[in-house]
Write a protein that binds this ligand. Structure first.
Ligand code: SF4
Length: 149
């Protein structure tokens, strides 16, 4: 996918600024959380943390292009979360960078950003402008390009 393909819709009236509550980093009362990883992300995290991929992730089928899911601690939190803080923040998976948004392909090469109201920061903070979503979309396009190589 070429980076210049920026065919997407985005919500025009959403306020958001992360409160760093870490709710998105693990299971919640009524819902288990799948923290999905692309193969390139799993390999990158492995290289940077000096852990084998199987120490922090397990293979998963049926969620292509994602190939792994992050392992969680006994209390259902991402294994890289320590005291509500992400210890791999700079190299966290795309899915974590996107939250509380996700990209849905509505038709071939057309995407729309949806968001969950589960996140307590939705409706707070600045009104998100197109640039916010352009940055996310570029990260997505770059990851997909690396995945397809
Ligand atoms: S749930 Fe929302 S506010 Fe809390 S850490 Fe995740 S993105 Fe930030």
């Amino acid at each position: 996918m070429a980076l210049e393909i920026l065919g997407f819709e985005y919500p025009k009236n959403v306020r958001f600024k992360c409160l760093r509550c870490a709710l998105c980093c693990g299971d919640v009362k009524d819902k288990g959380r799948l923290i999905l990883l692309l193969t390139v992300e799993a390999e990158h995290i492995s290289k940077k943390t000096l852990k084998r991929v199987d120490e922090f992730a397990e293979e998963i089928k049926g969620f292509e292009p994602y190939a792994f899911r992050m392992k969680k601690t006994e209390d259902g939190k991402c294994m890289f979360l320590k005291v509500n803080s992400c210890t791999i923040y700079q190299i966290r998976p795309l899915i974590c960078k996107f939250y509380p948004f996700e990209l849905k392909e509505t038709r071939s090469n057309r995407y729309t950003f949806a968001h969950t109201s589960e996140c307590p920061a939705i409706g707070k903070g600045p009104l998100l402008k197109r640039n916010y979503f352009v940055r996310l979309f570029k990260k997505f396009a770059k990851a997909m390009t690396a995945t397809r190589k």
